[in-house]
Design a binder for this molecule. Structure first.
Ligand code: FSX
Ligand code: SF4
Length: 412
């Protein structure tokens, strides 16, 4: 518990930074929600954050090294964009950020020195974003005169835990997509392949929601516990539910109300995006609960089908979200045969053609044997094709289309 004198100090720190107590408590509520904690724990989170900010004024904070491998820096960028209150004023005072290529004011030799000294002193956490490039003896990425994998390795092996932030750090992400020329892998695989047992907490997403990182830091740094992890070492409360579980469009999915085309009437009605390739049913994360940008909205709510950026098997770089989910906005993933890719529905149509050809041959045989007489086609034109002629890939006679439309009009 924070005592009264400390509470007064804390209030004046908040005030000096233009942060109201109300917005601070809102942040605590969001941290608790992101961590999957009950709202009853908000007071505990607030106490922990207050103690940490007071700790900051006394220079007694948990050291963190934040390093970056092959990535777009979107993870840091997303973190730096958390709004009210902004990370620089309150949240970063959870930790003593001794090294961060993007956020630290220092650079060059003095930064590298800070990293080495932190490692020597021990008792720190490594937050790592981006993948580890193993090709070319690790020379695809060099930092301060050594390979990226060497500096990762020496920092990770002495850390209390590695937080793999972002899908690239979890299993290579898009940097490991075919043909994975830099032989990219995530932190956990690199460490385990090299016999290093440092605990790893995987936070996928491209980028991950910054509030997930704050929630993990609150657990590890302030509460002194590792969050409960699932079999992929991902925080269970965040990643054990699917996007589909918490989706605002879910009712439309259940009612069979779907969007087949961007810009359509169905889209304007907010129907389910499944036919446009939404990966919500197979992607595990609580985006719909935590949301983004001041908790205003998130991908599916704002009209974009989920592209599954949180799907990452830590021990398999080939199972990265880009490889698994492209082409986006299509129901099926590409099937890869060597360096050649094809959509399964193309194969399906090809097979349909083969089967149709076989049936025709079979039909001729039956007819020749006098076993069938004249027959009628049961479905002249597929119902769906009639409804969406511009998307149809069926081949029909004009006369059949006319007949089918007339039938439909007549309610037959
Ligand atoms: Fe990867 Fe992070 Fe995607 Fe980018 O650094 S998870 S590419 S948003 O930024 O690592
Ligand atoms: Fe599920 Fe996606 Fe439809 Fe939402 S939009 S209900 S996540 S399929």
């Amino acid at each position: 518990m924070v005592n009264e004198a400390n509470a007064a100090t804390f209030d004046s720190i908040l005030e000096s930074r233009g942060v109201s107590r109300r917005s601070f408590m809102k942040l605590c509520g969001a941290v608790a929600a992101a961590a999957g904690l009950s709202q009853l724990t908000v007071a505990q989170v607030a106490d922990a954050l207050e103690a940490s900010v007071i700790g900051a004024t006394e220079g007694n904070l948990y050291p963190v090294i934040w390093m970056e491998g092959a990535s777009c820096t979107g993870c840091t960028e997303a973190f730096a964009q958390i709004d009210e209150p902004d990370p620089a004023t309150v949240v970063l005072e959870l930790i003593s950020l001794n090294y961060c290529e993007t956020l630290s004011a220092a650079a060059g030799y003095s930064m590298e020195e800070a990293r080495k000294q932190t490692i020597e002193a021990g008792n720190y956490i490594l937050v790592y974003e981006g993948s580890l490039s193993r090709a070319f003896d690790g020379n695809a990425l060099r930092i301060a005169g050594e390979t990226g994998i060497d500096s990762f390795r020496e920092t990770a092996e002495h850390a209390n835990a590695v937080v793999a932030l972002g899908s690239c750090a979890v299993n290579g992400g898009w940097t490991a997509a075919y043909p994975n020329a830099s032989d990219a892998v995530g932190c956990q695989k690199y460490l385990r392949d090299n016999g290093i047992e440092t605990p790893v907490i995987n936070i996928p997403g491209c980028p991950p929601n910054p509030e997930w990182l704050v929630a993990v830091l609150v657990d590890v740094v302030l509460m002194g516990v590792l969050p409960e992890l699932n079999a992929d070492n991902k925080p269970a409360v965040i990643f054990n539910q699917t996007i589909h579980d918490n989706c605002q469009r879910r009712g439309h999915f259940e009612n069979g109300e779907f969007v087949y085309q961007f810009g359509s009437e169905e889209e304007a009605k907010g129907y389910c995006l499944y036919p446009l390739g939404c990966r919500g049913p197979q992607t595990r994360a609580n985006c719909g609960v935590v949301r983004y940008n001041h908790r205003r909205s998130w991908c599916v709510e704002s009209g974009a089908p989920c592209i599954g950026c949180c799907e990452a098997d830590p021990m398999n770089p080939g199972d990265n979200w880009v490889e698994v989910n492209t082409p986006f906005f299509k129901r099926n993933r590409d099937l890869r045969i060597g360096s050649w890719t094809i959509q399964p529905d193309v194969i399906a149509w090809g097979l349909t053609g083969l089967v149709a050809a076989a049936l025709v041959v079979h039909g001729f045989g039956m007819k020749a044997m006098g076993r069938i007489g004249e027959s009628r086609k049961t479905e002249l034109v597929r119902e769906w094709d009639l409804k969406h002629p511009e998307q149809s890939i069926g081949v029909y006679d004009e006369a059949d289309i006319k007949e089918a439309l007339e039938k439909k009009k007549g309610g037959k």
